[in-house]
Write a protein that binds this ligand. Structure first.
Ligand code: MRU
Length: 362
C-alpha cells in the first residue's frame, strides 16, 4: 500500500536486521508514527495495547515476537515462555496461535545456535505469505464486485465493518483487498464505513486507508446499515474475520452479526474475506466454542479523539456509576453468510464448501 506515494507494509524488519518496525495504529488517523519493537515484551505489548491489531497482523507480529525472544533466549524453555506470553495477549484471533505454532514447528527441531536466523526467516515468510494470500483473495472478491457492476451498470456500494483492510494485515487487507483490486481495475465503487464503536477502527483506520488510496467512501454510525439496506443503498457487504470455524461460522468485530441479519432481511449478499490461517479447523460451533475478548469498559464509557488544535482528549459519555461491558467480537452463523472469499477462491460457508477448497484438511 502506498502512503503519499511511498510503499509501506504494516510491519517490517529495520535496517539492522534485528529490530522490528510497525505503524502505531493507536496514533492513526492523525499521525503516521513508526514504533520499534526490540524485545519479546515490546511485541507482546504492541498486540495487547493494539498498536497493531487485525487478525493477520496480530499473527505476523507474534511471529516476529518469537524471533525477538530467540535473540534473548533461544533455548526450548525460552521459546516455550515466549509462546505463552504472546499467546496470552489477545484471545479471539486464531492467526495468533497459528503463527506461534508455525514458528515452533520451524524452530524446535533445530540446534539452538541456528534458531535465531531461522526465526527471522520464518517470520518474514509468514509476512510474505499473508500479503500473497490477501492479494489472491482480493482478485476473487473483485470478480464478485465486477459481476455486480456488470449487472447494475452503476457505482457499486459496499458496506464494511471494523477495519479489515491493509492496516489489519501485512498488506492488501481481507475485506478491503477486493475493494482495492476492483477500484484499481476501474470499477466505480463506494464504501460505507461503519464507525465501529467502541474503538472506532472503521472511522479512524478504514477511512484513513481508503482516503490514502483515493477510494470513495462515507463513514456512518454503526446503526445506519439496516436503514441503508432497506433503501437499496448497499449492493453487498464484505467483512473480515478473526476466526472462522470449519462449519463456516464467522467470528468478527462486535456488530458484524447485526449487519448480517439486516443483510439477510434485505437480500443483500454478505461476504467474508479471509486468508486460510484464519480458519480454525479444530472448532465447529462458533457461538459456543470461540472465546470472545472482553476489553476494558473504559473504551465504552469514554470516547477518545483530537481537538482542533491537535490535543488528544478523552471524553466521558456515560454517567458516573453506570456499569458498562465491552465484548470485542460476535459470531455470525454460517447460514447468514453468502460466501467465504479465500486465496483459493470463493466457497459456501459450510463444512463441504471449506473442505472443497482445502481438501488436505478433510
Ligand atoms: O479488535 P481488532 O481491531 O483487532 O479487530 C479486527 C477485526 O475484527 C477485523 O475485522 C478482523 O481481524 C479481520 S482483519 C483482516
Amino acid at each position: 500500500m502506498k502512503i503519499n506515494g511511498t510503499p509501506y507494509r504494516t510491519i517490517w524488519l529495520a535496517k539492522d536486521g534485528k529490530t522490528v518496525e510497525i505503524i502505531d495504529q493507536t496514533r492513526l488517523p492523525h499521525e503516521l508514527v513508526v514504533m520499534a519493537l526490540r524485545s519479546l515484551d515490546d511485541a507482546a505489548r504492541s498486540i495487547k495495547d493494539m498498536w497493531v491489531r487485525g487478525a493477520p497482523l496480530i499473527g505476523a507480529t507474534a511471529a516476529y515476537g518469537m524471533a525477538l525472544a530467540a535473540v534473548g533466549d533461544a533455548s526450548d524453555a525460552g521459546l516455550e515462555r515466549a509462546y505463552q506470553v504472546l499467546h496470552a495477549t489477545r484471545p479471539t484471533a486464531i492467526n495468533l496461535k497459528w503463527a506461534l505454532d508455525e514458528m515452533m514447528a520451524a524452530l524446535k527441531t533445530l540446534p539452538v545456535g541456528e534458531r535465531i536466523g531461522a526465526a527471522y526467516q520464518r517470520a518474514a515468510e509468514i509476512c510474505d505469505e499473508d500479503s500473497a494470500q490477501n492479494a489472491a483473495l482480493g482478485e476473487h472478491g473483485a470478480a464478485i464486485i465486477a459481476e455486480h457492476h456488470k449487472a447494475k451498470r452503476r457505482t457499486i456500494n459496499i458496506l464494511t465493518h471494523c477495519n479489515a483492510g491493509w492496516l489489519a494485515t501485512v498488506d492488501w487487507g481481507t475485506a478491503l483487498a477486493p475493494v482495492y483490486k476492483a477500484f484499481d481495475s476501474g470499477i466505480p465503487l463506494h464504501v460505507w464505513v461503519d464507525e465501529t464503536r467502541p474503538r472506532n477502527q472503521g472511522a479512524s483506520l478504514t477511512a484513513r486507508e481508503l482516503n490514502w488510496h483515493g477510494v470513495p467512501h462515507t463513514v456512518i454510525a454503526d446503526n445506519t446499515g439496516g436503514h441503508l439496506m432497506q433503501h437499496g443503498m448497499v449492493d453487498l457487504c464484505i467483512v473480515g474475520t478473526d476466526r472462522t470455524t470449519r462449519n463456516g461460522d464467522v467470528c468478527n468485530k462486535i456488530g458484524t452479526y447485526l449487519k448480517a441479519l439486516a443483510a439477510r432481511d434485505n437480500d443483500v449478499p454478505f461476504y467474508v474475506g479471509l486468508p486460510s490461517p484464519t480458519i480454525d479447523w479444530t472448532v465447529a460451533d462458533g457461538v459456543r466454542e470461540i472465546p470472545i475478548e472482553e476489553r476494558s469498559a473504559r473504551e465504552q464509557t469514554h470516547i477518545f479523539g483530537r481537538t482542533e488544535d491537535g490535543q488528544v482528549c478523552e471524553v466521558q459519555v456515560t454517567p458516573d456509576g453506570s456499569p458498562a461491558v465491552n465484548y470485542g467480537f460476535d459470531v455470525t452463523p454460517a447460514r447468514l453468510v453468502t460466501g467465504l472469499i479465500t486465496e483459493r477462491g470463493v466457497c459456501e460457508a459450510s463444512p463441504e464448501g471449506l473442505r472443497g477448497l482445502f481438501p488436505e484438511r478433510a
